[in-house]
Design a protein around this ligand. Structure first.
Ligand code: ADP
Length: 214
């Protein structure tokens, strides 16, 4: 089994690239953000507690995230390969992941130099509240509240995609997740690519570092 870990700041494009890899190669995207949002939608006690945290830009507890991820990893569909998008975000999460064996692990860091670039992307993107498809601002972007072309759901801004919360998420990312990236770098496992160019150009670079046929 192959595991790909995608690192990058909020708005760096992890979800977009993970979805593109899933579509082309069948690797399964596992977004812990999506797992959290599914729980929030179900309005369970845990979901309601998570909602309060994500709307403040705080992380969910390692314990909650690890429990949700463990359950997801039990499904058969990840047998060949899976992509982790948004996990691990803390050192304890990385240590827990290290106990889950795989045959091959590829760790990629989508680097976007400027914080203003990612904030701009976050503020202009729409996310389908049903299937999680992400629409970036551009010529063909839908207007908020319109129909998702993937599933017919509603595409709108995520409740945590506003400037104050986005900046807070970036601070949390620097404090909690940068040390995790640094740990993979020290182990010689980190492959960095520039996340600033167009989606297609980043996807080309990603396929090259993963070593798959284009
Ligand atoms: P982002 O655009 O910030 O990368 P995600 O969709 O990955 O957003 O995650 C949304 C929110 O879900 C995060 O701000 C955080 O509160 C929570 N979350 C997602 N993944 C994790 C994780 N691995 N550990 C803790 N909290 C997480």
């Amino acid at each position: 089994m192959k595991r790909i870990i995608l690192f990058g700041a909020p708005g760096a494009g992890k979800g977009t690239q993970a979805k593109a890899l899933e579509k082309k190669y069948g690797y399964k995207q596992i977004s812990t953000g999506d797992l959290v949002r599914t729980e929030v939608k179900a309005q369970t006690d845990l979901g309601n507690a998570l909602k309060a945290k994500i709307e403040k830009g705080e992380l969910a507890s390692d314990e909650d995230i690890l429990r949700m991820l463990k359950k997801r990893l039990e499904k058969e569909d990840i047998r060949d390969a899976y992509i982790l998008d948004g996990f691990p975000r803390t050192l304890p999460q990385a240590n827990a992941l290290a106990t889950v064996d795989v045959d091959e692990e590829i760790v990629v860091y989508l680097k976007v130099g400027s914080e203003d670039t990612v904030v701009k992307r976050i503020l202009s993107r729409l996310t389908c509240h049903d299937c999680g498809a992400v629409y970036s601002a551009g010529e063909n972007s839908p207007t908020p509240g319109t129909t998702c072309t993937q599933c017919g759901g509603i595409a709108a801004a995520r409740s945590d995609d506003n400037e104050t919360v986005a900046r807070k998420r970036l601070r949390v990312y620097r404090a909690e997740t940068k040390p995790v990236i640094q740990q993979y770098r020290q182990m010689g496992q980190l492959r960095e690519i520039n996340g600033a160019p167009s989606v297609d150009d980043v996807f080309d670079a990603l396929q090259a570092v993963i070593g798959v046929e284009k």
